[in-house]
Design a protein around this ligand. Structure first.
Ligand code: AMP
Length: 288
């Protein structure tokens, strides 16, 4: 496994790679969710590139950029085991040089949900992902369903800008008790960690209620509100039941819906979702 930092080094390494090339963009502090993306890329691509970059422009001024967990030596050991061929650790000053002023923005699908609560977040995401795509020029790029809106936004960007890249969305990997894996879970103390299962529990209730015949979206949202409000350590920021590609709120849930939420547990902001596509529920996988 090779590690590069500069764009010059990256280009040299990419030139020698066998196609198809798969890219897995990450912000590091890797867990089994990230590694599931790398493993999928390993199965489907001749060459696997992973980027690790804590992208400052996708964090709001009051968010956790400074405290975001980092452990590059550990990440590199995990990636070597997972079979990555190349790890790109972009240098800050090459990604955002002095006087930087060119941004990639996506309109409608960045407006609701995360976009409404994290102003500027998606502008940072689409800009850095475009730069990662330009640097690596992969044939396929792997993203997690965990960040469902991000996956929609990147798919839209790739189509709109004619990137010849297939965007592949992989299932949410969960802890044994259902909590979606996240680098931010490390912020939780033991009591909060226990309380954090409420996101997954409320999604399970929505699924059960839907399967029991409740298809009214507001009734299903209300179920989530009640469950989260009953957990004293959890504070619901939003719950949404929306069309899975347009991200517009639904009145009735038929065969396609994205049920998503953001919840504060203490100061830690957690997100989770279940996806209903063509009548099939995509709820993620519990890690062994
Ligand atoms: P991050 O390092 O948080 O930017 O995540 C990098 C990629 O890993 C994104 O595409 C995420 O959606 C994905 N990811 C994060 N957590 C999980 C998870 N629990 N299961 C699957 N994919 C995940």
């Amino acid at each position: 496994m090779e590690t590069v930092e500069s764009l010059k080094q990256l280009r040299r390494a990419i030139e020698g790679m066998t196609k198809p090339v798969g890219l897995v963009p990450t912000m590091g502090f890797l867990h089994k969710g990230h590694l599931s993306l790398v493993e999928r890329a390993r199965r489907e691509c001749a060459s696997v590139v992973v980027s690790i970059f804590v992208n400052p422009t996708q964090f709001g001024p009051t968010e956790d950029l400074e405290s975001y967990p980092r452990d590059t030596p550990r990440d590199l050991a995990l990636l070597k085991d997972a079979g990555a061929d190349l790890v790109w650790l972009p240098a800050d000053d090459e990604m955002y040089s002095e006087g930087f002023q060119t941004w990639v923005t996506v309109d409608d699908v960045t407006q609701p949900l995360e976009g409404a609560r994290r102003p500027g977040h998606f502008r940072g995401v689409t800009t850095i992902v475009a730069k990662l795509f330009n640097g690596v020029q992969p044939d396929r790029a792997y993203f997690g369903q965990k960040d469902a809106q991000q996956a929609v936004v990147i798919g839209q960007m790739a189509r709109d800008l004619n990137y010849p890249i297939e965007v592949i969305v992989c299932p949410i990997i969960r802890e044994a008790d259902g909590l979606a894996m996240s680098s931010r879970n490390t912020y939780l103390d033991p009591q909060q960690r226990k309380a954090a299962t409420v996101l997954h529990r409320s999604l399970e209730q929505v699924k059960a209620s839907y399967e029991g015949g409740t298809h009214n979206a507001e009734a299903l949202r209300q179920l989530v509100r009640q469950t989260i409000n009953a957990e004293p350590l959890a504070d619901l920021q939003y719950v949404s039941i929306a069309h899975p590609l347009k991200l517009e709120e639904l009145e009735e849930v038929d065969k396609d819906a994205l049920i998503s939420m953001a919840v504060f547990v203490g100061k830690t902001r957690l997100i989770d979702n279940y996806l209903l596509r063509d009548g099939v529920w995509y709820t993620g996988q519990k890690s062994a």
